[in-house]
Design a protein around this ligand. Structure first.
Ligand code: SF4
Ligand SMILES: [Zn+2]
Length: 346
C-alpha cells in the first residue's frame, strides 16, 4: 500500500465541520522581520475549498486540510473573509500581510483570479502595507502568475512562501509525501525572482521515520542547499495535528516531536557557515505533549529564546540557556539510531 493511500484512508475518516464562510479560518497579529527591522504583521488563513494535494491524500503531518470550507465559498464570501481579517490591522501604521489558505493562494480553484486581483489591489492601495506574502505550492508559481500579481502590486513588495520542507527528494517523498521535487521548487524560485518577487522556504524539522540526529542533519543540509534559491527560511518543528498519519504513529509510540535543543543546534550550525542567512522558527505548541519539547522545566524558556532569535537573528538569545535535559538530548542523538526513529523517551 502506498504512503498516499494510507494518508488518504485516514483523511476519509475525518469530517469537515460547517462554519461561517464570511470569516477566515484564523487571523492574528504579531511581529516579524523586514529588511532587518521588526514590523507588525497581520496573518490570515482563508477558508477555501482546500488544498488540492491534501484532498488527494497529501502530506503526512498536515491537519490544515480540515480547516477548509465544508462547501466552496463564493467570491463574495472570500472577499468578506478578507475585509473581516483586515479589521484586525486597524491600529497599525505600517505592517506586513501574510496570507495562507491551508493550500495555495495562487491556485485559482481556491482563490479565483478576480478575487485574487481584488485582494491584491486593495493591499496595493493601502499605504500602510509594506509587504505581502502568500503561501503557495510551487506548481502555481510561474512566469504568468508572478507577472499577473506584480501587475497589481506595483509599489508593494511581494513574496511567495512555499513548504519545501527539506532539500532531500527522498525524505520529501517517503516521509512527507509532499508531491513535488527540489527541482520544482528551484523552477518556482526562478520564476519568482525573474519577476522581482522574493522567496521564503518553509522547512520541516523531524518528519516521520527520521531519528533525531538524521532530522537535525537534514535541516542543516536543507538550509545550506536551498540557500541559493530562497531569500529566507522558516523552520517548522513538526507537531502532532489531529487526523494525520503522524498522529497515528505517535499514538503507537512510533513518533516523538523534535527536541527544542535540536533546532537551536541547527540554527547555530547554519549561522556559523552562513551568518547572513535569515532563519526564523515559531515553535508552535512547544512544551505540550503534541508539540516540540525539552523537559518540563525548560521548554517554555527555550521556546521563548527561539522566538526572540527569530526577530533579532542574534545568537546571544541562546546564551543563558542550560538545563539538565541537555545531556539527555545528547544521549538521544546517539541512541535513537537503534530504534529506527521510534521514541526512546516520552
Ligand atoms: S502541507 Fe500544504 S501541500 Fe501538504 S497537504 Fe497540507 S496544505 Fe497541502
Ligand atoms: Zn530541560
Amino acid at each position: 500500500m502506498s504512503l498516499n493511500k494510507v494518508v488518504l484512508d485516514i483523511r476519509n475518516k475525518q469530517r469537515i465541520k460547517p462554519s461561517s464562510l464570511d470569516y477566515p479560518c484564523a487571523v492574528w497579529t504579531g511581529v516579524d522581520l523586514l529588511d532587518g527591522r521588526e514590523i507588525d504583521t497581520l496573518t490570515l488563513i482563508f477558508k477555501t475549498s482546500g488544498c488540492w494535494w491534501g484532498k488527494a491524500g497529501g502530506c503526512t503531518m498536515c491537519g490544515y486540510v480540515y480547516d477548509s470550507a465544508a462547501t466552496p465559498p463564493s467570491d463574495d464570501e472570500l472577499l468578506s473573509q478578507f475585509k473581516n481579517a483586515m479589521k484586525k490591522a486597524s491600529e497599525f501604521n505600517n505592517f506586513m500581510v501574510k496570507i495562507f489558505t491551508s493550500g495555495s493562494f495562487l491556485d485559482e480553484k481556491e482563490i479565483p483570479l478576480d478575487v485574487r486581483h481584488s485582494i491584491l489591489s486593495s493591499l496595493e492601495d493601502d499605504e500602510r502595507v509594506s509587504k505581502v506574502i502568500v503561501e503557495t505550492r510551487p506548481e502555481f508559481v510561474t512566469n504568468e502568475t508572478m507577472s499577473d500579481c506584480m501587475a497589481v502590486l506595483k509599489e508593494t513588495s511581494f513574496e511567495i512562501a512555499t513548504g519545501l520542507e527539506t532539500s532531500s527528494d527522498l525524505i520529501r517523498k517517503n516521509s512527507i509525501n509532499k508531491g513535488f521535487t527540489f527541482d520544482d521548487f528551484k523552477k518556482a524560485s526562478k520564476a519568482a525572482r525573474d519577476n522581482a518577487v522574493t522567496v521564503k522556504a518553509y522547512l520541516m524539522l523531524k518528519p516521520p521515520f527520521l531519528t533525531e540526529k538524521e532530522a537535525l542533519e537534514d535541516m542543516v543540509n536543507s538550509v545550506l542547499e536551498a540557500a541559493p534559491y530562497s531569500d529566507m527560511f522558516s523552520i517548522n518543528l513538526c507537531n502532532i495535528q489531529s487526523g494525520t498519519f503522524v498522529e497515528r504513529l505517535w499514538e503507537r509510540g512510533q513518533y516523538r516531536p523534535p527536541w527544542l535543543w535540536s533546532i537551536i543546534e541547527v540554527i547555530k550550525r547554519v549561522k556559523a557557515e552562513n551568518p547572513d542567512l535569515i532563519i526564523t522558527s515559531d515553535p508552535v505548541g512547544a512544551g505540550s505533549k503534541r508539540g516540540p519539547r525539552n523537559c518540563r522545566e525548560c521548554s517554555r524558556d527555550v521556546a521563548d529564546a527561539i522566538r526572540r532569535f527569530s526577530v533579532t537573528q542574534d545568537l546571544s538569545s541562546f546564551d543563558h540557556l542550560n538545563c539538565e535535559c541537555k545531556d539527555l538530548w545528547e544521549n538521544v542523538l546517539e541512541l535513537d539510531e537503534h530504534t529506527f526513529g521510534s521514541a526512546i523517551l516520552d
